[in-house]
Design a protein around this ligand. Structure first.
Ligand SMILES: *[C@@H]1O[C@H](CO)[C@@H](O)[C@H](O)[C@H]1NC(C)=O
Length: 335
């Protein structure tokens, strides 16, 4: 029993070492053509980004600006630079065919991005239309591979030479979207049982037995009390639907080449597909949802939240506001 333990620790050490050295390298300094796939003749998306001749300069300037805000915020607000571990890479999806790494964030068009990647990686077979893939298929873990499933050298090689991108959204809009989707729809019984019952039990004075048992009538206020209660995260990490992008995708440890925004989803998705050189093979589904959560809707939900709890909630999501240049929403009642 002792021996494997020693090997395991040596493995850990090497992994950490490799990842550390990788983290200090700039992707731009990598020699071109360092790809694992056989498509040597085609430029990789990362090369296309650095060559900068495929995309309008105005679009490039927007993305450059976002990168600078992110770099600056990481420098200013993260204390100690920690080292990446494979566990950090569970949300990073790999497309080895095109050299793409996508960190998925629930409530930010991730179903559609997973569908597009299923088309691109070939797991969708001959299907070319992302919307032909049922939403639940897109979330089956085995369909797309996460970077955490690869070996340390494979991880390093991909982090260096693939185009890394993430899509983010105004944090409170994303939060309200998660609340509406998971707690106000009758079909989400799994969330009602798993989280709703606990929230009612811990954050509602004098709950009725039925509410305690079903957990299907959680109010936004109660959801906020649950989120800001320090005991919540001591027990287990937040569910990915309300976990911060900062904790899901580690944008200060992984150098994302493109930060897409939900607010400009269409343009930013086109930009990524353009860099990947697959614009004519697949198109990002146009959003058609009339039920989509908007800023006005978020404002209504926040009306019932006292300034004290608004402030606590802002502090909880503060890094996502700062890293991705979202300003304090005007509807908040604290300053
Ligand atoms: C950051 O946000 C401010 C305020 O909304 C905006 O004026 C500015 O252009 C943004 N900066 C970048 C780099 O996107």
């Amino acid at each position: 029993m002792r021996r494997p333990k020693v090997f395991l620790c040596l493995g850990c050490f090497l992994m950490v070492l490799l990842l550390y050295f990788n983290g200090s390298l700039k992707p731009a300094s990598e020699p071109p053509g360092e790809r694992s796939s056989g498509q040597k003749s085609r430029r990789s998306p990362l090369q296309t980004l650095h060559d900068g001749d495929q995309v309008e300069s105005a679009v490039q300037a927007v993305h450059q600006g976002r990168r600078e805000v992110l770099d600056e915020a990481c420098r200013s607000y993260t204390r100690k630079r920690r080292v990446l571990i494979p566990e950090d890479l569970k949300h990073v999806i790999v497309d080895d065919q095109h050299g793409l790494l996508y960190c998925y964030v629930p409530k930010v068009a991730c179903t559609n991005w997973k569908r597009v990647l299923m088309v691109l990686t070939g797991v969708a077979g001959s299907v070319r239309d992302p919307l032909a893939i049922p939403a639940n298929e897109a979330h089956i873990p085995g369909n797309l591979r996460a970077l955490s499933e690869y070996s340390a050298p494979q991880i390093n090689q991909r982090l260096r030479s693939y185009l890394k991108f993430v899509f983010v959204r105004e944090p409170f809009e994303r939060l309200v979207s998660a609340y509406r989707n998971k707690f106000t729809r009758p079909y989400n019984t799994a969330f009602h049982k798993r989280y709703g019952t606990k929230i009612v039990q811990q954050h509602r004075p004098d709950p009725r037995p039925e509410a305690l048992q079903r957990g299907n009538d959680v109010s936004f206020e109660e959801f906020v009390y649950y989120l800001v209660d320090p005991a919540t995260q001591r027990e287990e990490p937040f569910n990915e639907h309300w976990e911060r992008v900062h904790s899901l995708c580690h944008p200060c440890l992984i150098h994302y080449d493109v930060v897409g925004k939900y607010e400009t989803l269409e343009q930013d998705s086109r930009y990524v597909l353009q860099l990947a050189g697959v614009e004519d093979q697949v198109s990002f589904p146009a959003s058609s949802k009339s039920t989509r959560t908007t800023g006005d809707m978020a404002a209504q939900f926040f009306q019932n939240i006292s300034p004290f709890y608004q402030k606590k909630l802002y502090n909880l999501y503060r890094m996502d506001f700062l890293l991705f240049n979202y300003s304090l929403p005007a509807y908040l009642k604290f300053r």
